[in-house]
Write a protein that binds this ligand. Structure first.
Ligand SMILES: [Zn+2]
Length: 360
């Protein structure tokens, strides 16, 4: 980017930001990007493709001397795959990073603040990376789908309608621990058996409401082959685009746990981030003009764009993941789809530059 004469800086949270000036410097920048950090033993595409595509867009503009009205920013977010909730860079920028996580241990027991210092960042000034709501005209992120929907449909592109909200719950069932050999089957109070209809209910309720729901862990006590389970604690997660449907599901699951004699409680709640309708219009009409087949779809995974939704209108593009595989060295997106994604991104930015300016 510097070779093209563009300004590049690193903010207090370690996000690298490249700026390409517009004709009207008083306008907030149109930002695009993703992250280049990844998980251990990862592939080449998750995150990095979105940064490369955004750089390609900025390069096309700079190399041809085209100045838009809005300035352009390419952002490479730091620590999207970090433990402690991830997306440290974009949450710091959006002002939604809880400073408490900095003093907690990370995956290896080392404090998050020490990891940050090791990476050349100052944890005491990290939150200064915050940018105000309205300081960006919008944020666009191209990302690999990390699922198999686009490949199955033979489509090169997905336009993300929104990033799902995520709710976590705990369900507990109290039975009576007793000898597994001497206690007759009749009259047992098996906590795991009490939980069984609830597990089915999580599945059935999710299917009925067209969302996803998962019982991810079961902790059975005392947890030994010769003792009837005395208690069972389950983790439940639901994800969906619509808050009202997530509320309704929550009510159903709470009723279901109680019907089986259990307790149901909420642990955490991340609201869905709906894509901005003007950006969706720009992306869909760009696809139609370029003759690119696409599908509107939700994102089931969290992304930097979800954090940026706190301070800017956002939308995302997905390109297909071969075999639906991600977070693996087998991650692959064919070059044609990568180029198609970047072309749609660039042409949509040209359109958005006009739309947002006209809205004033
Ligand atoms: Zn990612």
């Amino acid at each position: 980017m510097r070779e093209l004469g563009l300004d590049v800086r690193t903010d207090q949270a370690g996000n690298s930001i490249c700026s390409y000036p517009g004709q009207m410097p008083e306008l907030p920048p149109i930002a695009m990007g993703s992250h280049t950090d990844t998980v251990p033993d990862a592939g080449h595409y998750d995150g990095a493709l979105g940064v490369v595509a955004a750089m390609a867009c900025a390069r096309s503009l700079a190399a041809t001397g085209i100045r838009l009205r809005h300035p352009i920013e390419v952002i490479n977010f730091a620590a999207e795959e970090a433990t402690m909730g991830g997306s440290i860079g974009s949450r710091a920028m959006a002002g939604s990073l809880d400073p408490k996580i900095l003093t907690k241990p990370a995956w290896d027991g080392t404090l998050v603040s020490d990891h940050l210092r090791g990476g050349g960042l100052d944890p005491d000034t990290l939150l200064l990376a915050r940018r105000e709501k309205g300081s960006l005209a919008c944020f666009l992120e191209l990302h690999v789908e990390q699922g198999g929907t686009l490949e199955a449909l033979g489509l090169p592109l997905g336009i993300v309608e929104g990033i799902v909200g995520l709710r976590r719950y705990k369900a507990t069932f109290e039975g009576l621990a007793n000898h597994a050999g001497t206690t007759p089957m009749a009259g047992r109070q098996d906590a795991l058996l009490m939980a069984a209809p609830f597990i089915m209910a999580v599945h059935d309720t999710a299917v009925a409401h067209r969302i996803v729901g998962t019982v991810g862990t079961i902790r059975v006590l005392p947890g030994t082959p010769s003792v009837i389970p005395g208690s069972a604690e389950l983790s439940v997660e639901t994800r969906g685009l619509n808050e009202a449907i997530l509320d309704e599901t929550e009510g159903r699951l709470s009723d279901s746990a109680k019907e089986s004699g259990g307790q149901f409680s909420a642990i955490s709640k991340k609201p869905p981030a709906q894509s901005d309708p003007r950006l969706l219009d720009a992306l869909t009409s760009t696809c139609e003009e370029l003759g690119v087949a696409y599908r509107l779809m939700p994102s089931g995974a969290g992304h930097d764009a979800q954090c940026m939704a706190h301070i800017a209108p956002q939308a995302m593009l997905f390109v297909p993941s071969r075999g639906g595989i991600s977070h693996s060295p087998d991650e692959y997106t064919d070059p044609e789809s990568c180029v198609t994604g970047a072309r749609v991104l660039l042409n949509a930015v040209l359109k958005i530059d006009t739309i947002l300016h006209m809205e004033g």
